[in-house]
Design a protein around this ligand. Structure first.
Ligand SMILES: [Zn+2]
Length: 373
């Protein structure tokens, strides 16, 4: 073999190794599990039921079930009783390029009759009860050094103040709601053990900082004597962990494939792209007009809001579509790209900092790049 051929063989060998590594990488579903609180941050404590311990026990059990699956890579923000900054928890998931982020907590309320599981997705809310949960979980940042600088002056006592800094990436919201729904549905299967509080939306800092489908599970109220004892028991934790792990695996099968297929025969869907709508989008306003149109997407939400200017910071001509169990709200509509950009600036000026342009051609969603062409 001459020198050139030798180099060729070595080169081909390395290329094969590289592509194999790339393939196995893309075939692995990465889950970041976050056990809330830790060390001097106990979370909620009622009659010896300690949130940080319960959250960690459940996380370790969820991880153990997931790790039985060779195509799942579990990343833990903590596996022991240590304190970790909120932003670092999200960054652990960001650095790992995690496919999903699941933060696990317990709820608490002065009213010890309060009970039920709640699974949160990132978003805005005016509901006092949802804001209460976010306020409680976000307040742990005050235990961190230099939190005011780190969190851009964010005031944990007014979770609403996150609205300005919130990015409402719709693809994360679609997938986050899907995962949250699976978790809550599985809690329901536990029978009467835990009341199913359902999927909710609130501005949680730890979710805000994670750039992937993300949910925060309040597994029940430690303040409620009956529910608290379930949460604090080995059996209760096993049940909850199983419900969460199975929901994660079901999500993986739906959005990522089973991990056993050859990519050519069935493409594995990247979870960073939105899931295909299961239902045909329902246009609330009018039937699709011919031609290319631009609209400004203001927000996406699981709540239906009447299309009145007072609900949209004074913006008129707001329309809505219901797609994938999510309401999406749009401002204006124009076939002129320059005008569309002005509408976008207007929306941002009103406080919709994460608003973005969307485009349709003959009623079908297309990319902005294609629309401009
Ligand atoms: Zn908590």
């Amino acid at each position: 073999m001459n020198r050139i051929n030798k180099i060729k063989v070595i080169f081909t060998f390395f290329l094969t190794i590289l592509s194999f590594c790339a393939y196995s990488q893309s075939n692995v579903f990465k889950v970041t599990l976050d056990a809330g609180h830790g060390d001097h941050d106990f979370g909620a404590v009622y009659s010896g039921r300690i949130e940080k311990n319960i959250a960690l026990a459940i996380v370790l059990k969820v991880g153990k079930i997931l790790e039985l699956n060779p195509n799942v890579n579990v990343i833990y923000t903590r596996k022991t009783d240590v304190f970790i900054d909120l932003v670092e928890r999200a960054n652990i998931a960001n650095r790992a390029n995690s496919n999903i982020f699941v933060s696990i907590h317990c709820n608490a309320n002065k009213n010890t009759a309060a009970d039920g599981t709640e699974t949160y997705v990132m978003g805005l809310t005016k509901l006092a009860s949802n804001l209460e949960a976010a306020k409680k979980e976000n307040s742990v940042i005050t235990l961190e050094k230099d939190y005011q600088r780190k969190y851009e002056g964010y005031d944990p006592n007014s979770p609403e103040s996150m609205i300005g800094m919130t990015l409402m990436q719709e693809e994360y919201l679609d997938n986050s709601i899907s995962l949250a729904t699976k978790i809550e549905d599985n809690f329901e299967k536990l029978g009467k053990k835990l009341r199913q509080g359902g999927v909710k939306q609130a501005p949680f800092m730890v979710l805000h900082k994670a750039y992937m489908p993300r949910v925060l599970v309040e597994t029940g109220f430690v303040s409620n004597p009956t529910e608290g004892n379930i949460l604090n028991s080995e059996e209760g934790q096993d049940d909850i962990a199983k419900a969460i792990a199975e929901a994660i695996l079901s999500y993986k099968r739906e959005y990522f494939g089973s991990g056993t297929e050859v990519p050519e025969s069935r493409p594995i869907r990247d979870t960073s792209t939105p899931a295909k709508p299961k239902t045909t989008p329902v246009a609330v306003t009018k039937s699709a007009p011919k031609g290319t149109f631009y609209k400004v997407q203001l927000i996406a939400s699981i709540k239906k809001t009447p299309l009145e200017p007072k609900n949209f910071k004074g913006l008129k001509n707001v329309t809505m579509i219901f797609e994938n169990n999510i309401y999406k709200y749009f401002y204006e509509e124009t076939s002129d790209y320059e005008k569309a950009k002005k509408f976008l600036q207007e929306a941002k000026g009103k406080g919709y900092g994460a608003a973005f342009l969307t485009a349709t051609k003959d009623g079908e969603k297309i990319s902005i790049q294609d629309a401009i062409k």
